[in-house]
Design a protein around this ligand. Structure first.
Ligand code: SAM
Length: 254
């Protein structure tokens, strides 16, 4: 630990350095370890954001840009899609991909911190975050920032690993994530423990009900949570209440 660092600062630095170090193999490992499923889930998340044609969308913890590119298909060339990530190597790869992607006219990638987003209040029609929130050092702070930059009535979509429901799937999934994933991850990325961190961080991540409470605490109104592959991943959709719409006067359970 660097002298004087708090545990939150330590996590922030650890995560940034780790993703920087594995960025060159990140896409390959995602394809192999999820058997391509991650792209299907990201496509669903982009659609669930309901970013309108010509609208503005932000993808936080953008990595190499998959979700931002899917958002761009909805926003169209007249829209604006911004991908933000704090790992410089992830952003370099995302920009390189954008330079070869014919649908990426609307997409920009910025190096920045999810906990201090460099945008004005209410700038975006939709905000997404794919497999990123679990890695953020101060989750509340990042959710509050996403709330701030979203316009009233705009949607937040959080895609994150979760906890499979059926016991047999849970058992097999844990076996896979604590044995094969670290082994393949280390072999292909060359990083000693990045793919050991992955299952450990998933295991300590809150279940969908607890995460919904966190969203509510940060001001969002959860709309729905869709479990993907029996709960291996979960997609939360929430809205920033619009005080000028009558529905926002009533609680969802009321
Ligand atoms: C598992 S990757 C997900 C990347 C991409 N969204 C995807 O689904 O492929 C997590 C990303 O979150 C980024 N990250 C973690 N904490 C961050 C923060 N505080 N600010 C910005 N990016 C952050 C990491 O650099 C990394 O690229």
């Amino acid at each position: 630990m660097t002298f004087g660092e708090t545990p939150v600062e330590k996590k922030r630095r650890y995560v940034r350095e780790m993703f920087d170090a594995i960025a060159h193999r990140y896409d390959l490992l995602n394809h192999i370890l999820s058997a391509g499923l991650h792209l299907r889930w990201k496509r669903l998340a982009a659609a669930a954001s309901q970013v309108p044609r010509g609208g503005r969308a932000l993808d936080v913890c953008a990595g190499t840009g998959d979700l931002a590119f899917f958002l761009a298909l909805h926003a169209g060339p007249e829209g604006i899609v911004v991908g933000v990530d704090f790992a410089p190597e992830m952003i370099r790869i995302a920009r390189e991909r954008a330079s070869h992607d014919p649908h990426s006219e609307a997409v920009r990638f910025l190096q920045g911190d999810a906990e201090r987003l460099p945008f004005l209040d209410g700038s975006f029609d939709a905000v997404t975050i794919g497999f990123g929130i679990r890695n953020v050092a101060n989750v509340d702070q990042a959710l509050q920032e996403m709330y701030r930059v979203l316009r009233p009535g705009g949607r937040l979509v959080v895609l994150e690993f979760s906890h499979p429901k059926p016991r047999l799937v849970r058992f097999l999934y844990h076996l896979y994530s604590f044995t094969l994933i670290p082994w393949i991850g280390r072999l292909l990325s060359g990083h000693p423990d990045a793919y050991r961190y992955l299952p450990t961080s998933i295991r300590s991540w809150p279940n969908p009900a607890a995460f919904n409470r966190l969203l509510e605490r940060c001001g969002f109104q959860p709309l729905n949570c869709r479990l993907l592959c029996t709960g291996i991943a979960a997609m939360h959709v929430a809205v920033k209440p619009d005080p000028f719409r009558v529905e926002s006067l009533f609680s969802p359970s009321g």
